[in-house]
Design a protein around this ligand. Structure first.
Ligand code: DOR
Ligand code: ZN
Length: 422
């Protein structure tokens, strides 16, 4: 059993350094000074120690989209950004909607990844039996407008099927992409001859998102299901979720780094590369999302890492550019540059490690304490790094943060007690 000793790292919530002894994939001891001999030692003086980040929303594109990303490239990109656990979304080709597929792709994820990658099962209007059969082989259940049943109906638009799903009362959360697809279809018709950078926001309108969130909250309240609304984008959602939580609803939500960093106005410079679902909104929304994080209404930060190739993203025709941006490499560096009294390092770790672990039942992760699984990240917070094209690890080969200088560097990433050599 290999052992590792991290010497003199400063935990994110401490002011003085500690030693950390790791054996058998677990943290065995954290204290001021450890005399134990280890197989390998890391001199971590001047570095900050964090639990590895848990990203509950990534698209590693397996199966069917491996030309954009796969478990190996996606997990290497995630590790280089300090993410040690990633939950993989099922909008693949074909979609992962059966227990057998969850089993096959969970195994493949384990074999091909350098970090811990787990798979969601997608919910359709007619796969309840499969969801039950998958049980906790799946890391969660995903509801999104792009999943249809054999009958072609969309779950997000079909309250009766949704109620059936919510009434299962699984312990794992149902993760929901809230955009009302029938409203979007109507907008597509309305704006079919329009152009300009605001077009995406007009079609996938804030009203379409807010309406879906209201419907989901109503149903969550009625059924008491564990519901997680992913990638919220508007001020109104923050308020709706605040009120629902205060009323005792079993509800959590997340925000992406791109909705915290950019607004619709940034499409002027980055073009359709910043076409994402749900769309980037207004500066007032961006600020409301930060306030939601600070106040605790927003529980989790998740990347929605959605790699598409540069060629696909640089198409000039709005209608053919696929939505999504990569994010796993840049989440922690971006957040570390936005630490304020309101959004402290402690709050960041709650949103990127502790809360994801709690909500998704990821046992023994997301914390720096004896007996926890040794998923750890050492960060040099005083070493600027230019994130240029040559640095990008995702197969998609581009990033909305390309050529941005971050003020921190991810120094070492340890997963299950092993240093990941990148
Ligand atoms: O921007 C997005 N891209 N939003 C989604 O919901 C899907 C994702 C993707 O898979 O590319
Ligand atoms: Zn997504």
């Amino acid at each position: 059993m290999s052992t590792l000793l991290i010497r003199q790292a400063t935990p994110f919530d401490h002011s003085s350094p500690v030693d950390c002894f790791i054996s058998g994939g677990r943290i065995m001891q954290i204290s001021e000074s450890i005399s134990e001999e280890a197989d390998e030692e890391i001199n971590a003086r001047g570095l900050t120690l964090f639990p590895g980040a848990i990203d509950i929303h990534v698209h590693f594109r397996v199966p069917g989209g491996e030309y954009k990303e796969d478990f190996t490239t996606g997990s290497i990109a995630a590790a280089s950004g300090g993410i040690t656990t990633a939950l993989h979304m099922p909008n693949t080709v074909p979609p992962i909607t059966t227990a057998e597929q969850v089993e096959i792709f969970s195994l493949k994820a384990r074999q091909d990844s350098v970090i811990d990658v787990r798979c969601y099962i997608g919910a359709t209007t007619d796969n309840i039996a499969q969801i039950l059969a998958a049980g906790d082989m799946a890391c969660g259940i995903k509801v999104a407008p792009y999943f249809t049943g054999a009958d072609g109906r969309r779950l997000i638009d079909d309250k009766d099927s949704l109620r059936e799903l919510f009434e299962l009362k699984q312990s794992l959360p149902i993760v929901i992409h809230c955009e009302q697809e029938d409203d979007i279809t109507a907008n597509e018709l309305k704006y079919k001859d329009s152009s300009g950078w605001t077009l995406h926001g007009l079609i996938r309108s804030r009203e379409a998102t807010i309406k879906a969130v209201k419907n989901i909250i109503d149903l969550a309240q009625e059924t008491q299901a564990a519901v997680h609304i992913t990638h919220i984008s508007t001020e109104e959602e923050v308020e709706l979720i605040r009120v629902a939580k205060a009323a005792g609803c079993n509800l959590t939500c997340d925000v992406t780094p791109h909705h915290l960093a950019f607004t619709e106005a940034d499409l002027e410079t980055q073009g359709w590369r910043l076409k994402v679902n749900p769309p980037l909104r207004l500066e007032s929304d961006r600020q409301a999302l930060w306030r939601g994080l600070e106040s605790g209404v927003i529980d989790i930060i998740a990347t929605d890492h959605a790699p598409h190739t540069k060629a696909e993203k640089d198409l000039s025709d709005y209608w053919t550019v696929p939505p999504g941006v990569p994010g796993v490499e840049t989440m922690l560096p971006f957040l570390l540059d936005h630490i304020t009294p309101g959004f402290s390092l402690e709050r960041m770790v709650e949103c990127t490690s502790t809360n994801p672990a709690k909500r998704f039942g990821i046992l023994n992760k997301g914390k720096l304490e004896a007996h926890a699984i040794a998923d750890l990240v050492l960060v040099d917070r005083a070493k600027p790094r230019l994130f240029n094209a040559a640095a990008i690890r995702s197969k998609c080969g581009w990033s909305p943060w390309e050529n941005h200088e971050f003020s921190s560097v991810i120094h070492t990433v340890i997963e299950n007690g092993q240093i990941i050599r990148l």
